[in-house]
Design a protein around this ligand. Structure first.
Ligand SMILES: CC(C)(COP(=O)(O)OP(=O)(O)OC[C@H]1O[C@@H](n2cnc3c(N)ncnc32)[C@H](O)[C@@H]1OP(=O)(O)O)[C@@H](O)C(=O)NCCC(=O)NCCS
Length: 326
């Protein structure tokens, strides 16, 4: 019998502190940096984002999101047999945030746990690995998490980047199933573009060598993103022998409303079929897709049986698509 995998439950968590464009504008003005709600909203579609308190780590946000996903899936924490975490803002250099989350969730069954690093495509990568593990019979119930405290790596003296990102976490429980859930996954990377979106630093002899802040060539990222997102969505559709007309909901990585709308239009989908959270969350990197998915599942827009296309794109350059039936 063919083994399929299916999303059994979703969960998400946002730290309570909401920072509006107006508050951020005031904050930056203290350092003589000029911006405005009008500039931020018109260029990105972002009106607000959430920031975690200094004492809160990526694993803390992840644990809250994971608990909600486990509850929705009716799966006990100790029945998880693999944890895959996507993050670019891990608690520590090592061990993995996945191991820290395993401990914080009280999972003591010694299941495998590891992080993947694909920046804003991280959830697409983590989900694909989880799906493959289930289909290979190596795991039956996998916790897939995207979690970020991106506010930690923002240079608040660089107005071209610091206004775009926020903190949060999203999770899904992916499980073995007799019915087909995950229809197709596709991943890509092109390392020639490492420099256009990066945190070009590392720990060396007890200090940070290079920069610990996010650097981005916004226009270059924009151009690449729209093209690769369209291509990879079509690859996933072709692999599942479907067309864009079969998509009920599009959940692109929530980077910028203009990139998202461009992707939606290229696929020939009405904008009403796209789940949008970027206005309230900003870009939460690896967390953005599972955060948006959970919101649309919980508010009743996404219902069982519907086809959802999720798409990630980010530093590396990396990109990927996940086509699932809920
Ligand atoms: C970053 C981004 C919003 C910039 O928009 P843009 O229309 O390309 O704007 P530009 O970079 O051309 O800058 C236009 C002007 O606005 C200014 N500007 C930049 N940030 C600003 C801010 N926060 N407030 C006010 N002005 C700002 C620039 O300095 C520039 O001024 P100049 O013309 O006097 O030099 C856009 O390129 C983008 O969305 N890129 C993709 C980013 C992304 O999604 N990254 C994550 C992918 S995972």
């Amino acid at each position: 019998m063919t083994v399929h995998s299916r999303i059994l439950g979703t969960g998400s968590y946002l730290p309570p502190r909401v920072v509006s464009n107006a508050e951020l504008t005031e904050l930056l003005a203290k350092d003589g940096i000029e911006t405005s709600d009008e500039w931020i909203f018109s260029r990105s579609g972002i009106a607000a984002r959430h920031y975690a308190d200094a004492s809160v780590q990526a694993s803390d946000l992840a644990v809250e999101a994971a608990r909600r996903a486990l509850e929705a899936a009716h799966v006990a924490a100790n029945d998880i047999d693999l944890i895959v975490v996507a993050t670019s803002t891990p608690d520590m250099v090592f061990p993995s945030t996945a191991c820290i989350i395993q401990h914080k969730l009280g999972i003591d069954n010694q299941c495998a746990a590891f992080d993947v690093q694909a920046v804003c495509s991280g959830f697409a990568y983590a989900f694909t690995l989880a799906d493959n593990a289930i289909k290979l019979g190596q795991a039956r119930r996998v916790l897939v998490i995207g979690t970020e405290v991106f506010s930690r790596i923002l240079d608040f003296k660089d107005r071209t980047t610091c206004v775009l990102f926020g903190d949060g976490a999203g999770a899904v429980v992916l499980g073995e199933s007799s019915a087909e859930g995950v229809l197709a996954t596709r991943l890509h990377a092109d390392g020639r573009h490492v420099g256009i979106l990066c945190v070009p630093g590392n720990v060396h002899s007890g200090v940070i060598s290079g920069s610990a802040f996010l650097h981005m060539d916004g226009p270059a990222v924009f151009k690449l993103a729209v093209n690769v997102l369209d291509r990879v969505a079509r690859e996933a559709l072709a692999a599942a022998q479907m067309t864009s007309g079969d998509i009920d909901w599009l959940i692109p990585h929530q980077a910028n409303i203009r990139i998202m709308q461009g992707t939606c239009k290229k696929l020939g989908l009405p904008l009403a079929k796209m789940v949008v959270t970027v206005d309230r969350h900003g870009n939460t990197s690896a967390a953005s897709i599972p955060l948006a998915l959970d919101e649309a599942v919980r508010d009743g827009r996404i219902v069982p049986g519907q086809v959802v296309m999720m798409e990630g794109v980010g530093g590396g350059f990396t990109w990927g698509a996940l086509l699932v039936r809920m």
